[in-house]
Unconditional design. Structure first.
Length: 107
């Protein structure tokens, strides 16, 4: 699986997300027929996978989640707080961020 950054091709989507949500960074990736939207906000990160032709496969969900979690510092989130919502042709992965100073309470 290869994620290709196609953010520049989705400028309207990115602009809408930045204007209408608490997001401060939005990136769009392509994985064949699956589009991945990665959003960073002050209190959470979101990963949205969309495929209009078929449902998202479990291995795709796991690979995309692993890819983005590897980019985050372990103290920024707790794996048990991550939620995955699966719908037909779409998956949302929500990664709540730890409040500053909270990471020590869980070690």
């Amino acid at each position: 699986m290869k994620l290709v950054n196609v953010t520049n091709s989705h400028s309207r989507l990115v602009l809408n997300q930045l204007e209408n949500t608490d997001a401060h960074m939005v990136k769009v990736y392509s994985m064949g027929n699956t589009t991945v939207v990665y959003t960073e906000a002050p209190g959470h990160n979101e990963i949205l996978l969309v495929n209009h032709k078929r449902n998202i496969r479990q291995n795709e969900i796991q690979e995309v989640q692993k890819y983005f979690l590897n980019k985050l510092h372990d103290a920024d989130y707790r794996k048990e707080d991550i939620t995955v919502i699966e719908l037909e042709g779409m998956v949302e992965i929500s990664i709540p961020k730890q409040p500053l100073g909270q990471e020590l309470a869980y070690n």
